[in-house]
Design a protein around this ligand. Structure first.
Ligand SMILES: [Zn+2]
Length: 191
């Protein structure tokens, strides 16, 4: 699972969050900005919300619902697709709360709903008979060369992995997904 791309699979396929989530979020921001001067009500000061503000609250909650519906649709379709395709599904045990604390990553991480994807994969195990495994979060999947095993430092901004030892070069997430597939058994536990 990644920040740029929703998910990258080691067989070469990719899943993306559609651009519509971004559009819906922009619309939400515009809605909030356009109604910034409305009397929104204040319980402490006993100010009641104006009638226009009440209508605005309805539109606001509808827009929030729309964003969450799009995310649900995409993640449900993706996890069903994965569960049908593969028996053994291996994902990274990410430190998500730490990633959300990083303000540069927070929006992308919460948009890609990592926890939700993991939850869905885990509960679909019973239905599709799959096996979901978690790879240790300290396993250097992004920093290892998937061809020769050389480990080197990677910045988050480096989107392509260039191996300094064997010259192998590959998309960062594709390289990491192959490493997850080949992870040693002592780094893996059942989800
Ligand atoms: Zn290499």
């Amino acid at each position: 699972m990644g920040v740029k791309c929703l998910a990258t699979v080691s067989d070469g396929s990719k899943y993306d969050m559609p651009i519509t989530t971004k559009k819906a979020k922009t619309k939400l921001g515009k809605l909030q900005w356009r109604h910034r001067n409305k009397v929104l009500g204040n319980k402490k000061l006993q100010v009641l919300a104006s009638n226009k503000a009440k209508k605005y609250y309805v539109r606001l909650s509808r827009q929030h619902l729309r964003i969450s519906n799009i995310r649900q649709d995409v993640t449900q379709k993706m996890t069903t697709d994965l569960s049908r395709k593969a028996y053994n599904i291996r994902i990274e045990d990410l430190a998500i709360s730490g990633m959300i604390a990083n303000c540069k990553l927070a929006a992308a991480v919460s948009n890609n709903c990592f926890y939700e994807i993991r939850r869905q994969l885990v509960y679909k195990q019973a239905h599709y008979g799959t096996k979901v495994e978690l790879v240790d979060r300290w396993y250097p999947s992004s920093k290892t060369c998937s061809r020769c095993g050389h480990i080197q430092d990677m910045k988050l901004s480096d989107r392509v992995f260039h191996c300094k030892k064997c010259g192998h070069s590959q998309d960062r997430d594709e390289n990491a997904s192959i490493n997850l597939e080949n992870a040693p058994p002592d780094k893996i536990r059942l989800a």
